[in-house]
Each structure stands twice: as C-alpha cells, then as structure tokens.
Design a binder for this molecule. Structure first.
Ligand code: AMP
Ligand code: MG
Length: 518
C-alpha cells in the first residue's frame, strides 16, 4: 500500500494530458508509467527491500516485480512527475522536471517515509525532446553506484531494483550521429523525497510565491520538523537553509574522501536532503587528478571537476537562497548563512583528511601536510584508493615505502629523482607528525581502513558488468553489488578487484569518458 504525501499536500497541474509542455503554478503532474512488453528483474538490493519491508525472504514477490516494472500500479499509488527548474553548467535552463522519472508514492515504515520512483518508465509532461526511457548501461551504473555509495557511508538516494523492459530505446551515445538501439531498463530509486533545489527555483522564477511557501512549509513540516518551534516563520526558513548548507557540505566531504566526481552538479541535481542524486556521467578518481571530470559534455570548462565540487556546491546553495528569498525578504541573513559555508566545510574536510591519514586529532598546522599530499599525489599518476589503503600499513620506516606503494603507480618510469625526493620529503613530515599521534599502530590502521575503501566501483568495473549484461549475462552486476557491500573489508576472495584501472580502460568509452546521454 502506497501513500501520496507529495500529491495530497502540494499543487497539481490541472492538465492531465501527457505531452511535453510548459506547466505553470504546479508542483507536479499526474502521469502513468508505460506498460513494458516483457519486463525482467535483473537484480535487487536486499537491504532496500528489507528497509521497505517488502522482502519476502525469497526475493521480491511477483506482485512487487510488476509494480517496479511499471506494469501494475500499487494499491493507493497516484503516479506523478515533479516540476522543477535549474541552472545547468552555470546557466539558467528554465523548466526541466522529471522527464524520465515517475514517482509512485511513499511508503511509511516506523514513522519514516520513503518515496519510490521509477527512472525510465516512460514520458511525462517534462520530457521535452526526450523519450522518457532509460537504457540498460546507464541504469546499471545508477543502480550499482547508489548502493555502493550507501555502503561507503556517503549520503545517497538508494536503488531497490534493476529491471529490463523488453523494449528498445534509441540513443546516440556520443552525440555523433550514430544512434543505436539499446535495451530499455528501469531502476526503482528510493529516498525520503526527491525534492531538489530546482523545485524551489521554479516557483521563484515564475513568481509563484504562494506555491513556493507551500512547498517550503511542506518540506520543513515533513523532513525538518525539529526546526519548528511554534510555527514556521522567517527564522525557520533561515535555519532550514543553514541545515541544507551543512548537509550539502557533509556530502561533498564524503565525495572528496572516496574520490567521487558527480559530473553534473546542476541545481536540479542537488537534493534538499544533502543526498547524492542522479547518477549520470559520474566517476571515481583512479589516478588522483584534481582536474578530472568524467563528463565529456564538460570537457572544455571542467566546471564539475573533482577539485571544484565544494565551490560548485556553495554556488548552488546561493541559487537555493535566491529562490527562497521571497519568504524572508532580507538579503543580509541569507548572505550570513551562505558566507559561513567555507568556514564550515574547511574543518570538516581537514577532519576527513586527518582520518584518511590515521591522525586522532587535527592540529593547526596539519593543513600543509594535507595540501602537500594532494600535490604529491598529482605529481605522477598515483592511484588514490590504493595509495591510501596501502598507507595504513606504514609503520614509520622510510625504507618500506617503495614496496608499500608499488601497486599504486600507473607507470614506474614516472618515478624519477625529482618525484622520489618530493615523496621522501612528504613522508618525513608525515613520520614526524605520527610521533605526535595519540593512536597506536593498530588503532591508526583501524581508523584508516574504516575511511579509505579497499573496493571501489571503478568505471571500468561497471563497464565490464555492462558489456556482459548486453550479452544477457547479469552475473557481474550481482557480483559487484556483493563486493561493494563491504568496501572497507579485506575480502581476500575478491583481491582481483583491488587493482588500479587497467591500461586498456584508459580511453575506452564508459571507462573514462561518459556523456549526459542516457
Ligand atoms: P539529468 O541529466 O538526469 O539530470 O537530466 C536533466 C533533465 O533532462 C531532467 O529534466 C531529465 O528528466 C531530462 N531527461 C534526461 N534524459 C531524458 C530522457 N531520456 N527523456 C526525457 N527527459 C530526459
Ligand atoms: Mg537530473
């Protein structure tokens, strides 16, 4: 049984025709999933099924499979697509909305509400020139990464299921005039809500102040009730913005910790809950390159590169603040909150870096050690994940470094004298710093191994699962799901997956280059 929290409380589009169009003064449009011709469940997350209380103990029931493919509506479901706008690559893009996602409604478990959303279940009034469908390769990527990120401890939307529809979808993967037919697929995403910065932006842009207030009050009432004292007033909106700034900053710190690059940090892809949302051309850093972005659409400006993510998050929060300005009608208190972002982010980032280095406390002069390490890691191609994981075994003996780090380098020829002396210098500073560390070797290693993953959903691993799935072999999807459940555990049986990106994957489509097309 599903409930309709969002549609019962917010403004519906009075028009019910499912054609692409501009929608005014509404939060959503009712629209139904397309009936797929021969749906098939490829994989599901047992943790999410348990969270929703729908795991029969024997997999997902047939009736849930019908719901998750869009074939049958759950009892109580009034499916809808959300209306939102956004800034894309820094430019105002106007109305966007759920063009290929249909929300089924929410399920309440132990007073906690979860929205269920089918991505790729057919067109909506917000589909613009798109078809509303999703292809298998991008659905595998979204499905696996949502769960991998959760297990890494990164705030994220979840994925319940991955299904194929049995229908074909045409895509021009590289926008180069070579469209191909690909298998259609649907991922069921799960989150407290899918409300984005852009849901507020669209009301502000069209001066729908009454709807803006209604949506903000709905959001606070349902998801930030601890901020309400007597009623919802200007102070409540400010505290709410403050909390969104914090949760967004916390999320970015986690991204930087594991080397995640979102790739499309548009304001329509920013969750009001500080969750990672909309897995498109994302990627994890293999060799530590702060200027890397996986998104070929962003190859020129590199707006969404790794090192820029905290600045973009801040920029996006400014756009959210501008959107809710009409509720507060004073710029100064909004600016004060926004200006605190760097002062909040920076110590969180330093604490995270200290954890990665196994330091029990952060000292005032540690920042130099952290920044110097980032410089060192980008001097020669060094695998970020392997470097940190191996570093946990460092016991202060400088002569152990070459063997400890040998698997972290992409090309031994790069290890010239200039680099080796820079490395030596950094390790001398780190070794001296470890002498002031209150943690024992074992405690230090345990701390490091709890924040530096051994296993990561590297792009090439997803691509291998995709290549197999396109030949109807889905085993690798489930294997990756299994490995990524315990990214911090040794799992010696999966040692082969603790490996830097192989050379063949360096320039292969899907492994290092991805476009927005999915
Ligand atoms: P995204 O890149 O996923 O953040 O999508 C940006 C916007 O384009 C959103 O409004 C999406 O709903 C829309 N969109 C992306 N792909 C499609 C598609 N295949 N059909 C319809 N709309 C789409
Ligand atoms: Mg999006």
């Amino acid at each position: 049984m599903l409930q309709s929290l969002f549609t019962d409380h917010l403004t519906a589009d009075p028009e019910t025709e499912n054609t692409p169009r501009a929608v005014l003064e509404a939060d959503f449009s009712f629209c139904s999933p397309v009936n797929p011709s021969s749906p098939k469940l490829l994989s599901y997350s047992k943790e999410v099924a348990q969270l929703l209380n729908i795991d029969s103990g024997n997999g997902l029931t047939h009736s849930w499979q019908e719901i998750l493919s869009g074939s049958v509506l759950a009892k109580g479901s009034k499916p809808f697509a959300m209306r939102y706008a956004g800034h894309q690559f820094g430019n105002w893009a106007g109305q966007l909305g759920d063009g290929r996602a249909i929300n089924l409604g929410n399920k309440v478990i132990n007073n906690q509400s979860f929205e269920l959303q089918l991505k790729g279940a057919g067109p909506t009034p917000y589909s613009r020139a798109g078809d509303g469908f999703a292809v298998l390769r991008s659905s595998i990527r979204e499905y696996l990464c949502s769960e991998a990120m959760h297990h890494l401890g990164v705030p994220t939307t979840r994925a319940l299921s991955l299904m194929t529809t049995g229908d074909w979808v045409t895509r021009d993967m590289f926008y180069d005039g070579h469209p191909q037919k690909e298998a259609g697929a649907i991922v069921c995403r799960v989150a407290p809500s899918f409300i984005r910065f852009g849901n507020f932006q669209i009301h502000a842009a069209y001066q729908e102040i009454e709807q803006l207030k209604k949506l903000a009050n709905f959001t606070i009432n349902n998801y930030f009730p601890h901020l309400i004292t007597k009623d919802i007033n200007k102070d409540t909106y400010l505290q709410w913005l403050d909390e969104v700034c914090h949760s967004t900053a916390d999320m970015i710190v986690h991204w930087q910790r594991v080397g995640f690059v979102h790739g499309v940090m548009n304001t329509d892809n920013m969750s009001i809950h500080g969750l990672t949302i909309d897995y498109g051309p994302y990627g994890f850093l293999d060799n530590f390159d702060p200027n890397w972005t996986p998104n070929t659409t962003d190859a020129e400006g590199k707006r969404y590169r790794y090192a820029n993510q905290p600045f973009v998050a801040h920029w996006n929060l400014v756009k959210l603040a501008e959107a809710i300005y009409p509720l507060i009608e004073a710029a100064k208190p909004l600016e004060d909150i926004l200006n605190k972002f760097p002062a909040y982010y920076e110590p969180q980032w330093q604490r995270m870096m200290a954890n990665k280095l196994g330091l029990g406390q952060v000292f005032a002069d540690d920042n130099t050690l952290f920044k110097d390490l980032e410089k060192l890691l980008s001097l020669v191609e060094t695998d970020m994940t392997i470097f940190y994981r191996q570093l946990a075994n460092y016991d202060g003996q400088l002569n152990s470094i070459p063997s400890l780090l040998k698997d972290a380098y992409y090309d031994d020829k790069h290890l010239e004298q200039k680099y080796l002396s820079a490395r030596n210098q950094w390790f001398l500073a780190y070794t001296a710093r470890l002498e002031r560390n209150p943690l024992s070797f074992e405690e230090k290693k345990a701390l490091m191994d709890s924040v530096n993953p051994k296993y990561l959903l590297r792009n090439y691993l997803s691509q291998q699962a995709i290549d197999k799935a396109e030949k109807n072999d889905y085993t690798e999807i489930n294997k990756l799901l299994e490995i990524m459940r315990n990214p911090y555990s040794e799992q010696p049986e999966y040692q082969d997956y603790y490996q830097k990106r192989p050379e063949w994957a360096r320039h292969k489509a899907g492994c290092s280059m991805l476009s927005c097309s999915s």
